[in-house]
Design a protein around this ligand. Sequence first.
Ligand SMILES: [Zn+2]
Ligand SMILES: [Zn+2]
Length: 313
Amino acid sequence: MAMARRSRKDNPELLRGKLVELLQGFEHTLKTSDLRRQVQELVPAYHFLRDIGSSLMDGPGTDSGRDRILEYFKRHAGQVLNGAELMVVAGINEYPRRIRELRLEYGWPILSGVTLAEIREAGGEEAESLPQMKPDDYVMTSAERNEDAAERWRVGNQIRKEKIGVKPKILKYMLANLGKEVSGEELRYVANDKSEWARRVRELRTEEGWRITTKTTGRPTLPVGVYVLESAEQAPVHDRQIPDPVRYAAMQRDDYSCIDCKWDSRKDWSASAPRHLELHHIIPHVEGGKNTVENLVTLCNICHDERHRRGEK
Ligand SMILES: [Zn+2]
Ligand SMILES: [Zn+2]
């Protein structure tokens, strides 16, 4: 089969010359009524085209199709790329599989249009900060690789096979990666590629009180489609059920900073001393306080604990 031939790297100009020559000769073949011959003459043109695509990038890390996809992503981090572009540079048709390997086995943060649409559908406001993406679009959200990708891949595969629901699978995976950035793509994989994964993450946060932060819910420095479980304990019932638009508006009003200690979540975040923002009710729920922007203030989790320790509800 012609498809099985691997694309070869060569001098792109040389390949271009050969392709032009072949297409010129094809002018005559096209005038004949010999379909078989027409198809057979186009096969090498197809190969030349793939070889040119594979030869556009040079230097280390451009030998295999997967390496070239990665290199192309790195050179265009933050930009939305279409799958067809990746097919050209890779010179292979199975680029979606390569992207999946890069993301899950190697830990590169590559978000797909499919996953983004699922985040949007679940009401993730952070998704609004990215342009519309088609299902076959991809974006590398950060040029940094997850160092513990191999271990995560192992754990994720284990949880994926368990005979439990999507929500407990996601929770289990997030608890195994407590305090670490976890991508929507990982959660989707653990959820056996079921599109409900984003809604389940949201339910864990809003209904069950798991402190899962995102770009718009406590950690503005996170890339879109990344989640962090901040604590192994569920939030008290009165802190749950704050609607996301309210949560977002309150934090925006307080400039994403703790109103007590002035910790700025956009500037002062460090992996060694992780902290995140939470919302505190001025008038507590039990005294009739509502989940409104006016009744909420932004605190870092340390100051929030402190307020409650001092007996403020
Ligand atoms: Zn604080
Ligand atoms: Zn509180």
